[in-house]
Design a protein around this ligand. Structure first.
Ligand code: GLC
Length: 485
């Protein structure tokens, strides 16, 4: 199949969260049997990488009454997989890519609608007709609307091209003033409560759900949560309208990049049959973060954006109570300045017990997975989550809330089976209790800990297992496209 990916970020070029990871890895696995073009904005951070591009194209993009002239850079990664970067400095010559550190950029709807349209204009210019355009999150979901409604040569070129919208994070919906409508290309007939209108504002994700031929989210449980409040973030009715075309497909992980037996970021590699290397990694990690070096003290880790979603505030409320116990913590993340401040400063007060690194550092996050005993994910919501799957593979026992992708990938340990510890209530008390339970197991039931670790390390979360589900989704999108009038 010929597949076009439109996304705001993708590894190995740029990643701010799980979205980039999944777009990069999924496109790679799909390219083994399909032909893929992945189009990304030419963000400032990408420009700084000084990639050696093979080709350059000039492109004119019409939006509202504007005509934008931009440049598209081609980077052919391998046979069947090429990346294209759309350079338009007014929109993308910025860092960070979505916000100024505090607030979303106010022109985000214009930036990403332009990008989505430009991606389609580009393949039209190349006369490359995709079978399916796979859009990711609200940033590019609107491409489905363009495919069906732009009119003229555009619509006839794409009349058989289907669209798939994968929702990685439905908390972000691309809401904005209706004033953006003319620029984005929405006519009055598209601005109603079934399509792009939401409380007298624009909601781009909502309209994209209406127009996509197939919709998916990144776990089965999240699909269920999205059908009704409170987990739907207001989208329940629109997802229910499309329930026959809506699926949950669990994300996979890059099992080559995340393999403790070969991972070059680790001080010592290890396998399920020989976990001595993990103890060496643990001591090295305690040293790296200036903690007391003692393999008998359990290391709890948390690696996540400092963001409400991730549940840092629950930990903030209960951490002092838990620090009375014989326990160590290691944190890594960047984001919300209030949380960064709190977790970044804790090591000053508990230097032997708490280590933190503020920022995004791939090597450190691999070492944290290898050297920690437990991995915390107390998220308020988590469409999929990748770290719990990395943790399982690295023998760091996940402690997760019973929601979304965490629910689908971690099972409660019951003395014989299960891979982690699960809690329900999004409260500091519930988190403190589960940390206490994990500690109880650590100090009193070491055999259970060993057992759990080994069961977890055998879980198979590789992408190979998920690719067929995507191919099926693309085929369903193609049949749905033919049925659209
Ligand atoms: C978003 C979600 C996360 C998911 C990732 C990739 O970051 O918050 O749960 O794993 O997208 O799909």
């Amino acid at each position: 199949m010929k597949l076009l990916f439109l996304a705001a970020e993708a590894t190995p070029f740029l990643q701010t969260g799980g979205l980039g990871d999944v777009v990069g890895t999924l496109s790679y696995y799909l390219s083994k049997k399909n032909s893929l073009k992945v189009i990304l904005p030419y963000h400032l951070a990408i420009e700084k990488q000084k990639l050696s591009f093979q080709k350059k194209y000039l492109l004119t993009v019409h939006m509202g009454n504007c005509q934008h002239k931009c440049v598209v850079h081609e980077y052919a990664k391998q046979k069947n997989l090429s990346f294209y970067f759309i350079e338009y400095n007014d929109f993308f010559n910025r860092s960070p890519i979505y916000n100024d550190g505090y607030r979303e950029y106010t022109d985000n709807p214009a930036r990403f609608a332009f990008f989505s349209k430009a991606g389609l204009d580009f393949v039209l210019l190349q006369n490359w007709k995709p079978d399916v355009v796979h859009t990711h999150d609200w940033h590019t979901g609107i491409a489905a609307f363009y495919l069906k409604c732009w009119g003229g040569t555009f619509s006839s070129f794409f009349k058989e091209t289907a669209s798939v919208l994968t929702i990685h994070n439905h908390a972000h919906q691309g809401c904005a003033s209706l004033d953006f409508a003319p620029y984005i290309g929405l006519q009055p007939q598209h601005i109603n409560s079934n399509q792009f209108e939401d409380h007298q504002r624009l909601n781009i994700l909502k309209g994209s759900i209406f127009y996509a031929d197939q919709i998916s989210t990144v776990s089965k449980k999240t699909k269920e949560e999205m059908l009704s409040p409170p987990g739907d973030f207001g989208l329940g009715a629109y997802c229910r309208n499309r329930k026959d075309d809506f699926q949950g497909i669990l994300n996979g992980i890059d099992t080559k990049a995340w393999d403790p037996s070969t991972d070059s970021f680790l001080v010592k590699n290890y396998t399920i049959n020989n976990l001595q290397g993990k103890t060496i990694c643990k001591k090295a990690l305690q040293k790296e973060f200036g903690l007391e070096i003692d393999a008998k003290i359990p290391v709890f880790a948390m690696v996540a954006r400092f963001d409400q979603q991730k549940g840092w505030h629950l930990l903030k409320e209960c951490i002092y109570n838990t620090l009375k116990w014989r326990i160590q913590y290691i944190f890594l993340g960047s984001g919300d300045p209030m949380l960064t401040n709190f977790f970044g400063n804790l090591p000053k007060y508990f230097p032997k017990q708490v280590g933190s690194y503020i920022g995004f550092d791939v090597a450190k996050s691999h070492r944290i997975e290898s050297g920690s005993d437990f991995f915390l994910m107390p998220s308020l919501f988590e469409p999929c989550g990748l770290n719990q799957m990395y943790s399982l593979r690295y023998g760091s026992i996940p402690i997760v809330r019973n929601i979304g992708g965490l629910h689908d990938t971690v099972t409660q340990y019951n003395e014989k089976q299960g891979t982690g510890f699960i809690f329900d209530d999004p409260t500091p008390q519930a988190l403190e209790n589960i940390i206490g339970t994990a500690l109880h197991y650590w100090y009193n039931k070491p055999r259970a800990i060993r057992n759990m670790r080994k069961i977890g390390m055998q879980e198979d979360n590789s992408w190979e297992n998920r690719i067929d589900d995507y191919i099926r989704l693309y085929q369903q999108a193609k049949s749905r496209r033919l049925a659209w009038k």
